[in-house]
Ligand binder design. Structure first.
Ligand code: HEC
Ligand code: HEC
Length: 433
């Protein structure tokens, strides 16, 4: 039974009962004696007055029957269809960024100077020093040619490799672009698909990955480093005893990575109070970044919903809306299905220094990456006629109209200018940009 009928019965039944009682007592005690009626006369009068109440009860019964009968039986009786016919859908998907709705005003914040560390792996100087050494250690690769730093060039390439996709051991080319390790310590999940939950967990991956560093086993890493007395002393200093385990190798590397933070961008200086740190174009770009909704996913001081600094949704569909770019840059997942993949929202810190862009490194130019995002993630139109459409919310019985917002080339340039303000001064100087 639906709730409306429940309401009708809840009010109707007591009302009818009270009306009947009032009627009977009125006729028996007041009207009957007044008109000097005998018993049969009184009941006749009660019946005459009672017809109204009876009719009311009959109507309620009919309403109850219709409400509880199967729709199949009732539909032919109704003059208009019970459900409105579906209206046409919008020409393009209207789904905008999905996920928790943020307050209308976005709170801008600078990056903290220190990255948070888990209780079991404090960022001590001894662990950081050991981790830095391990980060450059080529003995951690199968043929002794590669270290973490081979693909994560901390200074020349701002923590990436500048290639579309990574080149591993014996020149093997991988499927994914190398993300920067700078500020990775602020991310809640790592890798393009978010499959690692901590830097400790992440660090063991590439060492054993056959197309990255290609070491046959954890025991091989422990054996190679154990043969070096310098390493035995460094592990003792960092962990209290000489035991060299694969787990400790990962812990030391993670401790070092937690020192790779860049709170020294023009954006940080601006947010901390230096009003002249951003140019007028960068300020316009910053306003657009908020107004268009980039902040929905690239939130907080790390500009990522997959950051420890915000509570957000780490993974998002990309491309979320159909765009001409998905073919051009092969953005749908590999294989025959061609699905929209769910990807970790990357941090945009130092993004101007870390091209090519996206999980497959298919886009070289930052302005083009912004155009892809605007169309794919926010369903914006680029200088073309904006698409119009409407959609019907059947629950609310509301018809909504949609019109795409457009992004001009000037807007794109301003957003790029703002993204450049997220580059660390130190890294930009070293990368020569
Ligand atoms: C052959 C090149 C290569 C080498 C060597 C390499 N990496 Fe990577 N690194 C990558 C690629 C490619 C990814 C992204 C892989 C993916 O998402 O599936 C990655 C991802 C990462 C990430 C995640 C960053 C993020 O934002 O999600 C970290 C951290 C990282 N590597 C650290 C290391 C460490 C530590 C080492 C050495 C133990 C290392 N890498 C060795 C290519 C490399
Ligand atoms: C609905 C969520 C969402 C919105 C909104 C969004 N992005 Fe993204 N952004 C992502 C995801 C997910 C990726 C990673 C895509 C991939 O796997 O290649 C990404 C990647 C990027 C990259 C490439 C980063 C790199 O290192 O390769 C840039 C630049 C970027 N976004 C800028 C923007 C800008 C500017 C806006 C606003 C116009 C925006 N994004 C809006 C989710 C979003």
């Amino acid at each position: 039974m639906n709730t409306q009928i429940g309401d009708v019965l809840g009010v109707g039944l007591p009302l009818a009962t009270v009306a009947l009682l009032a009627l009977v007592s009125m006729v028996q005690l007041e009207l009957g004696p007044f008109a000097r009626l005998a018993a049969p006369g009184k009941w006749l009068l009660t019946g005459a007055f009672g017809m109204g109440v009876l009719a009311f009860c009959f109507k309620m019964t009919v309403a109850l029957l219709i409400a509880t009968a199967p729709e199949r039986l009732v539909a032919p009786l109704a003059a208009t269809p019970l459900r409105p016919a579906p209206l046409f859908a919008a020409p393009r998907a209207v789904a905008g960024p999905s996920g928790p709705v943020r307050p209308a005003r976005h709170a801008w914040a600078a990056l903290p100077d220190v990255a948070p560390a888990p209780p079991h792996n404090p960022t001590t100087p001894a662990r950081v020093a050991l981790g830095e050494r391990l980060f450059q250690e080529t003995r951690l690769s199968g043929d002794g040619t590669l270290s973490c730093a081979s693909c994560h060039d901390l200074h020349g390439k701002a923590g990436g490799d500048g290639r579309a996709t990574a080149r591993g051991i014996a020149g093997k080319v991988g499927p994914r672009n190398t993300p920067t390790v700078w500020n990775a310590a602020f991310q809640s999940v790592l890798f393009w698909d978010g499959r690692a939950r901590s830097l400790e967990e992440q660090a063991t991956g590439p060492i054993l990955n056959p197309i990255e560093m290609g070491l046959p086993s954890p025991a091989e890493a422990e054996r190679r480093l154990g043969a070096d007395s310098g390493y035995r002393a460094a592990f003792a200093a960092a962990f209290g005893d000489e035991a060299i385990t694969f787990e400790r190798i990962a812990m030391a590397i993670a401790a070092f990575e937690r020192t790779l933070v860049t709170p020294d961008a023009p954006y940080d200086r601006f947010v901390r109070g230096d009003a002249s740190a951003l140019s007028p174009a960068q300020l316009r770009g910053m306003a657009l970044f908020e107004a268009l909704g980039c902040v929905t996913c690239h939130a907080g001081p790390a500009f990522s919903d997959a950051s420890l600094l915000v509570e957000g949704m780490p993974l998002r569909f990309f491309p979320a809306n159909p765009t001409p770019y998905e073919k051009k840059y092969r953005l749908l997942t590999e294989g025959t299905a061609g699905e929209r993949g769910a990807w970790r929202v990357p941090s945009l810190r130092n993004v101007a220094l870390t091209g090519p862009y996206f999980h497959n490194g298919a886009v070289d130019d930052l302005a083009e990456a912004v155009r892809v995002m605007a169309t794919a993630q926010l369903n914006l139109a680029l200088d073309t006629a904006p698409a119009r459409g409407s959609y019907w919310l059947s629950e609310q019985h509301e018809l909504h109209r949609t019109e795409q917002r457009t992004l001009t080339e000037r807007d794109v340039a301003d957003i790029v200018a703002f993204l450049r303000a997220l580059s660390s001064d130190r890294l930009a100087a070293r990368a020569g940009k």
